[in-house]
Design a protein around this ligand. Structure first.
Ligand code: PLP
Length: 421
């Protein structure tokens, strides 16, 4: 990090520390230890403003959408507000490019079914060995329809093999389904390259951005993606999934839908009633991110807020890497921390202990950490880690502090020292 960006990161860290009390869950303790939430990749904590927005929806009277009375109009306004806020977060063409659902996995399955009906026998879909199962299962399901699914190889360093991507993409490829960032290793994939290759053969590009959106600002138009999915519970919001689809594309697809529902995008993939209270929280989550930036308009504040979040998280993750790298028997997986194009999610194994043992021992000391495969079961298999119980994963979020990072490093050193005695 340059001296200037380090200064910016330190300044950002002070602000995040000052505002940490906005997250009520930070007050919780276990066995007398304050909880250190280091499982952001599994789901982040929620600020009071998001909790208030969800509660306010119920307090002021709930109703279904598209009615002629006041509470129903409130519901319509909340749903459109959430679409518009997400459009600002992703720089989508408009709020109507955003569809909501229960979670990313369900939306991707719905989209997968619709795309499956659209494809012809012999068509190919390209997936990767690095992806979460939520961006593999919906595509692997299409194999029975005479659709060939090919897989881009993961290299031992935790990065995708781009030569393999180039080799496997061809004129039969209809879709490349790729994660933007790995929730298991923190690797950030080259979406511009993926776009260039898919353009060359006229294939669609679908990006699973669940682990990317919490850490970087996103511009779907500049990256020119066809589909992008993410989940707001990974960035300070409620449990809601969403799908961005480029203008005009979702309307062409035979999604599962009732004849009673609006047949146009984004409604044509939203089956049944949405979780309106949670959608009130989605808008509040985007506004919370924007509250860390300054400037004119929601989009500008989101972009600046995300930059400050990135600076702070990256600085803490660098510190964590330095604190852990000298621990005997600890082995990191995924790209090194010096690689600024990675998320602040560090994963490792510790000799002589399974990841679940490490997480359980640290759990008693107040650390919320995950061990295992995190549903990114394919990279864990490819890296030969399945029989060892996967990885320990530490995910840094905006509310984490230097003190938590130092405390974690000290506890891990203590664990190793205790085990070797
Ligand atoms: C990278 C990635 N993709 C997809 C998912 C699935 O998201 P959801 O829980 O919204 O279905 C996750 C969840 O952890 C994830 O980390």
């Amino acid at each position: 990090m340059s001296a200037k960006s380090n200064q910016d990161a330190v300044r950002a860290s002070h602000d995040f520390l000052r505002r940490r009390g906005e997250f009520p869950a930070m007050k919780r303790t276990v066995n007398g230890h304050p909880l250190a939430y280091l499982d952001g990749p599994g789901g982040t904590q929620v600020p009071q403003s998001v909790i208030d927005a969800v509660a306010a929806y119920y307090q002021s009277g709930t109703a279904n959408a598209h009615g002629e009375f006041v509470t129903s109009r409130d519901t319509d306004r909340i749903v459109q507000g959430a679409r518009n806020a997400m459009a600002a977060l992703l720089n989508a063409e408009s709020g109507n490019n955003i569809a909501f659902g229960a979670n990313m996995t369900s939306l991707n399955f719905s989209l997968g079914k619709a795309i499956g009906r659209y494809l012809q026998p012999g068509d190919e879909i390209l997936i990767t060995q690095l992806d979460h199962e939520a961006n593999r299962g919906p595509w692997l399901n299409l194999r029975g329809n005479n659709i060939r699914i090919r897989e881009i190889t993961l290299k031992p360093d935790g990065r995708l093999d781009y030569e393999d991507m180039e080799r496997k993409i061809n004129e039969k490829t209809r879709l490349l389904a790729i994660g933007w960032a790995s929730n298991a290793l923190g690797t950030v994939n080259d979406i511009r390259m993926a776009r260039a290759l898919t353009h060359r053969v006229g294939a669609w590009l679908l990006v699973d951005a669940v682990h990317y959106v919490p850490h970087f600002s996103v511009d779907v138009q500049s990256h020119d993606v066809d589909f992008l999915l993410c989940s707001t519970y990974k960035f300070y919001g409620p449990h809601v999934g969403l799908l961005y689809a480029r203008t005009g594309i979702l309307d062409q697809l035979p999604t599962d839908r009732l004849r009673t529902q609006d047949q146009r995008a984004p409604y044509c993939i939203e089956t049944g009633t949405l979780n309106f209270a949670a959608l009130a929280g989605v808008q509040a989550a985007v506004e919370y991110i924007a509250s860390h930036g300054i400037g004119e308009g929601l989009r500008n504040r989101v972009v600046e807020g995300m930059q400050r979040i990135r600076d702070h998280e990256h600085r803490l993750a660098e510190r964590l890497w330095l604190g852990l790298e000298k621990i005997p028997g600890l082995k990191f997986y995924g790209p090194p921390m010096q690689d600024s194009l990675r998320t602040p999610t560090l994963s490792f194994t510790l000799e002589g202990m399974t990841p679940s043992e490490v997480c359980s021992r640290l759990g008693h000391k107040g650390f919320c950490l995950w061990g295992g495969h995190f549903y990114a079961v394919r990279p864990i298999e490819v890296l030969g880690l399945s029989h060892r119980g996967g990885l320990v994963r530490v995910g840094v979020s905006l509310y984490n502090t230097e003190e938590e990072i130092e405390r974690l490093a000290a506890e891990l050193r203590g664990l190793v020292a205790g085990a070797s005695r």
